[in-house]
Design a protein around this ligand. Structure first.
Ligand code: SF4
Ligand code: SF4
Length: 431
């Protein structure tokens, strides 16, 4: 039996749905809880969380059982969807210790109503994982996201510890423990100046060396300081970002469709199919993915943990009310409403949506502010995949699956017309 502390066990009653559901409340939403705030055992050069320590001077940055309980109860009772995700990230959430998560999961299990299925996720750098941790994560069917930027020589450029030492070996050891224990895991890879030019080295390492079956790529776009639109030299170059994605896409298309899931490709396919993309960066509006700090403060988004976007504290105001608040709805709509004219007239707007507002630090050709730094890369990538995505979306509409398209490409000769319909020979189009 799990050891449930008195403080949690006493309140472990099945909650009722809130009586008043604000009409502007989203049907489902995503909360990223940061139990240790921005505190981390590593010191990655590009990490934007570490500076958030200044928001709570003198704080110990440990989520109390009372806040855990409020978070879990509210997140479960707020959602109308049958599947509910309880997500943890950091900083480094494993710094809270295993017992913290044992108590949290035990409490969540007492809150789920009949018919509701809970999914637990945790994003970690993997360096503190032990066999005991992995046994727990397996038993509770956690999906674990591991942050890794490629093979050692690429990963260790920026992902270093407080002594400036590379962390690859420790991350890999954590990953091996997860694999041995049978825990489901995926890769989260940030793309930056150090790995942007070797996409296939990165992708093949994940696929062939690690055996990854689900990969996320996150571009690093890092301001020199909060008041400036100047970017650090660690930031990914827009053109390099485009060729990073297109190179991996072509490799994936030739051999991995249906076997390896690249979140960005799945999200793109949803756009071509006409379904809402599962990635907020490609959604028309934001506002349905919030960040919860260790003390119960709820912020508009994990990328906007700053005073101007503090919605309130969930121990004082119900999360659902904060999600439905005019501030949060305006934050969400601003993504669409602040698009520059160049985006509004763009042929791939339906897929790109101007990407994340955090990255809109460039100017358009006419000098208008608000263009995404990565624009050139996205234009290149989405244009490149257009023909294939149309074929995949048609295959799915016809009751088939995207893998059928891979078969068409695999059987096309290098001098045959590309199956994507571009009019080019395959060797010039998709490799
Ligand atoms: S601000 Fe960016 S990360 Fe946040 S919800 Fe919007 S698109 Fe997503
Ligand atoms: S590709 Fe560029 S212009 Fe087109 S929607 Fe995206 S950011 Fe805007």
């Amino acid at each position: 039996m799990m050891d449930v502390p008195v403080a949690l066990g006493r309140r472990a009653t099945t909650p009722e749905l809130p009586v008043d559901r604000p009409p502007t409340a989203p049907i489902g939403f995503h909360v990223l809880a940061k139990p240790s705030g921005p505190i981390c055992n590593l010191d990655c050069s590009y990490c934007f969380f570490l500076e958030k320590e200044a928001l709570y001077p003198g704080d110990r940055f440990r989520m109390s059982d009372a806040v855990v309980e409020t978070y879990i109860r509210q997140v479960i009772e707020s959602q109308l969807t049958p599947e509910i995700t309880i997500a943890w990230q950091g900083g480094e959430p494993t710094l809270m210790g295993l017992d913290f998560f044992r108590r949290a999961v035990a409490f969540a299990e007492t809150c789920a109503r009949p018919g509701q299925q809970l999914h637990h996720t945790i994003q970690t750098n993997g360096t503190l994982l032990t066999d005991e941790w992995c046994a727990f994560l397996r038993a509770k069917q956690f999906l674990v996201g591991i942050s890794i930027d490629g093979p050692l020589e690429l990963h260790d450029v920026y992902r270093v510890d407080k002594q400036g030492r590379g962390t690859f070996t420790r991350v890999r050891a954590g990953l091996e423990k997860l694999t041995r224990a049978g825990v489901e895991w995926n890769v989260l890879c940030t793309v930056h100046a150090a790995n942007q030019d070797v996409p296939l080295d990165v992708y093949r390492f994940f696929r062939d060396e690690l055996g990854a079956r689900f990969v996320q790529f996150i571009p690093i776009v890092e301001r020199v300081d909060e008041t400036s639109d100047e970017l650090t030299d660690r930031s990914v170059d827009p053109a390099a970002w485009g060729s990073f994605l297109t190179s991996i896409f072509d490799e994936w298309l030739r051999r991995d469709v249906g076997e390896v899931f690249v979140q960005m490709f799945d999200a793109a396919l949803a756009s071509w199919y006409g379904a809402p993309p599962a990635l907020c960066i490609f959604s028309e509006t934001c506002g349905d993915a919030v960040a919860l700090e260790h003390n119960g403060d709820l912020y508009s988004c994990d990328h906007f943990v700053e005073p101007a976007h503090l919605l309130g504290n969930i121990t004082e105001t119900h999360m659902l009310e904060l999600m439905a608040s005019p501030h949060q709805r305006a934050f969400g709509n601003a993504k669409r409403d602040s698009l520059p004219q160049q985006c509004r007239e763009c042929s791939v707007l339906f897929a790109c949506r101007g990407e994340c507002p955090k990255n809109r630090v460039a100017r358009t050709a006419t000098g208008e502010v608000g263009l995404n730094h990565l624009c050139a890369g996205y234009l290149d990538f989405f244009t490149h995949i257009d023909g294939v995505m149309k074929l995949m979306a048609d295959a799915i509409r016809g009751g088939g699956h995207a893998g059928e398209v891979m078969t068409a490409f695999a059987s096309a000769g290098r001098n045959d017309p590309c199956p994507c319909g571009s009019g080019l020979k395959t060797k010039h189009c998709h490799g």
